[in-house]
Design a binder for this molecule. Structure first.
Ligand SMILES: C=C1C[C@]23C[C@@]1(O)CC[C@H]2[C@@]12CCC[C@@](C)(C(=O)O1)[C@H]2[C@@H]3C(=O)O
Ligand SMILES: O=C(O)CCC(=O)C(=O)O
Ligand SMILES: [Fe+2]
Length: 355
């Protein structure tokens, strides 16, 4: 029987602190559990110097531009990330998703706990899955949806859960077609745009089918943002992530030689970033983006992340362009095997499949 993405993620047996978020409404000082030891890397001073040097920021690309393939390819090679405009996702739908996310996160803690992710589960309310890899906890709460949100939404609003589910379903449909469109453009930029050729090779044919997850993220305003971490540094595991952020700064990406660089909200734009599987497919021509979120002491940040990947049972391997001589940098790997490696080894997972 086929493995679903949620089954692929369902493997760990976690302690309660690695599932249950803090009750942010009752906390007025940063608890010890959430106070990270400050290194230069994390300090606001280091961050400030880099901001004052006004580093270049990720490009904003119009999806209708005649040069879209080249622009996206260049952005992914240089940054592993870009912001996209004219994407045809109605702003009213994005606003609806954010409103429903805000409504969910503003529920009392004891109610949110009714929709808690189970210790071996992948969906529902909880802290970030990467939490067990860090000794301190993050200033963050999340809600993960794979397919329908009904099971958990029903626990929150027994009689009024349909609207929440409809909005999330509509958004996921729009995201799926946008992600597919962008994937085709990126494959074209890599010189592997001939679908018929690719489909003869069973590993890459699976790129044209998909499985996905939607993650609602909440970062309440924080009493001591200098010592707190919203979301710890990580790379996303699947092919592509499409992210909406509200008008509150916080997302940063790590660039060799520059350090942490903010990705400011651009009204109406969606952020697209390369994940580990796309890094593999591109044979490391596109970097997977190491990113984090820093909290804010006055504003509440919300973000909506859509993770797009191939089916869990499919195989991912470097797609080599016919016009360049390339040596594969990774061995073929089943998506579910890679997710298992990531769950166990986090940042080491990519090294483990390198050839
Ligand atoms: C499909 C998924 C990607 C994700 C794990 C998840 O099951 C749903 C949540 C996603 C997320 C969001 C925060 C950062 C991240 C690393 C995490 O801990 O959970 C990503 C996961 C990922 O990209 O592996
Ligand atoms: O909130 C953000 O901007 C980042 C979210 C993120 O990195 C994720 O959900 O994987
Ligand atoms: Fe991420």
């Amino acid at each position: 029987m086929a493995t679903s993405l949620s089954q692929a993620y369902r493997d760990t047996h976690l302690q309660p602190k690695h599932i249950i978020p803090l009750d942010f409404d009752t906390v007025h000082e940063l608890p010890e559990s959430h106070a990270w030891i400050q290194t230069d890397e994390f300090s606001r001073a280091a961050y400030q110097i880099r901001v004052n040097q006004s580093p270049a920021t990720v490009p904003v690309i119009d999806l209708r531009s005649p040069d879209v393939v080249e622009l996206m390819g260049n952005a992914c090679r240089r940054w592993g990330m870009f912001q996209v405009t004219n994407h045809d996702v109605p702003s009213s739908l994005v606003d609806d998703v954010v409103e429903h996310a805000q409504r969910l996160f503003s529920l009392p803690a004891e109610l949110k706990l009714k929709a808690l992710r189970s210790p071996s589960g992948a969906t529902g309310y909880g802290v970030a899955r990467i939490s067990p890899f860090f000794s301190k906890l993050m200033w963050h709460e999340g809600f993960t949806i794979m397919g329908s949100a009904a099971e958990h939404a029903q626990q929150l609003w027994p009689h009024h859960y349909e609207e929440f589910c409809d909005v999330m379903d509509n958004y996921q449909k729009k995201m799926k077609s946008l992600a597919y469109k962008i994937l085709l453009l990126l494959l074209k930029s890599l010189g592997v745009d001939d679908q018929e050729d690719q489909q003869m090779d069973c590993s890459s044919a699976s790129l044209y089918q998909s499985e996905s997850a939607l993650q609602l993220n909440s970062y309440p305003s924080c009493p001591n943002p200098n010592q707190a971490v919203g979301l710890a540094p990580h790379t996303d595991s699947l092919l592509l992530t499409i992210l909406h952020q509200n008008d509150t700064n916080g997302l940063q990406i790590f660039q060799e030689g520059t350090g942490w660089t903010p990705v400011p909200p651009v009204p109406g734009a969606l952020i697209v970033n390369v994940g580990d599987l796309m890094h593999i497919v591109s044979n490391a021509r596109f970097p997977t983006v190491y990113h984090r979120v820093v909290p804010n002491n006055t504003r509440h940040r919300f973000s909506i992340a859509y993770f797009y990947g191939p089916p869990a049972d499919s195989v991912v391997a470097p797609l080599l362009s016919s016009s360049e001589v390339q040596i594969p940098r990774f061995r073929p790997v089943k998506v579910k095997e890679y997710i298992g490696l990531k769950n166990k080894h986090l940042e080491e997972a990519l090294h483990l499949i390198r050839v």
